[in-house]
Design a protein around this ligand. Sequence first.
Ligand code: NAP
Length: 281
Amino acid sequence: MSAPRLQVIGDPVLHSKSPVIHAAMLAELGLDIPYTPHVVPKGGLPGYLTWAKAHHVIGFNATMPHKEDLVPLMDQLDEDAGRIGAVNTVCVRDGKLIGHNTDGAGCLIALEQAGLWPRDQVVVLGAGGASKAVALKLAACGARQVWVCNRTPGKAQALAAAGPGGVLTPADFSLETLTRLCTQAQLVVNCTNLGMAGCGQFEAFSFLDALPESAGVFDLIYHPAQTQLLAQARARGLRACNGLPMLLHQAVLALEHFLDRPLDRDRMARAAAAALERSRQ
Ligand code: NAP
């Protein structure tokens, strides 16, 4: 039998940071398991899954366009993947496929470490894939009120309807609405693309003035390291954190699933962060 291997699949996938992150964590553990990117186009999942099982792939991560398409192909789904309806981590055990989603839990760990969790009232900006993972996890882990503010109203409504009774409320993305909701919130989580290079910018940041002094702002974007949203939050004395710790911790959690054992999460995240830093130089 061939040696065990790990992969990340997607299309595109060659830009993914996952190989750098996982290689660093595996090296830190002294494990000689290759982790490589593998281009799988939309519609290519059945063929890939057969190939993976035959070639001793013990696990893989998935990025666009596969996270949702993987769900019906799994033999088993964990609670988060089932709730979100998307899979970012798959373990192959005894020929069975077990689907996980570590995005929400990775975000929660990052929020905790930044001193931004727990919070009762949260404004979540965006209603795409990342927002779904984050908003549903926060609702499942004790947030009493999560407003999902999105440019396209139908997507906010669909996301809110997927949450536990009465916790998620859809809202629009107008400055007026964001300002009104921020008067009642202790945390704002940006799950939109706004602030990422080439993806547009918030029309104004005055909604941050409505937050209480103790509130925090978490931006899922990690490139640039300081978005304008984070800079504006810090200028107002608010606690602020970018999405890098979330990226690292969702990967640590994925590796725990692959290896089927708990890891020293901070040590893994530090090794991965250092490797990412080196890869940029
Ligand atoms: P997605 O599914 O495409 O969702 C994008 C969201 O951004 C949608 O809600 C969209 O609103 C909103 N949006 C885009 N342009 C906008 C604009 N000009 N004005 C207002 N809203 C706008 O993307 P995703 O996968 O959820 O990712 C969202 C962000 O999270 C990306 O920046 C991604 O890099 C980041 N992310 C980070 C991590 C991490 O580990 N740190 C993990 C996952 C994602 P509409 O619905 O109206 O189009």
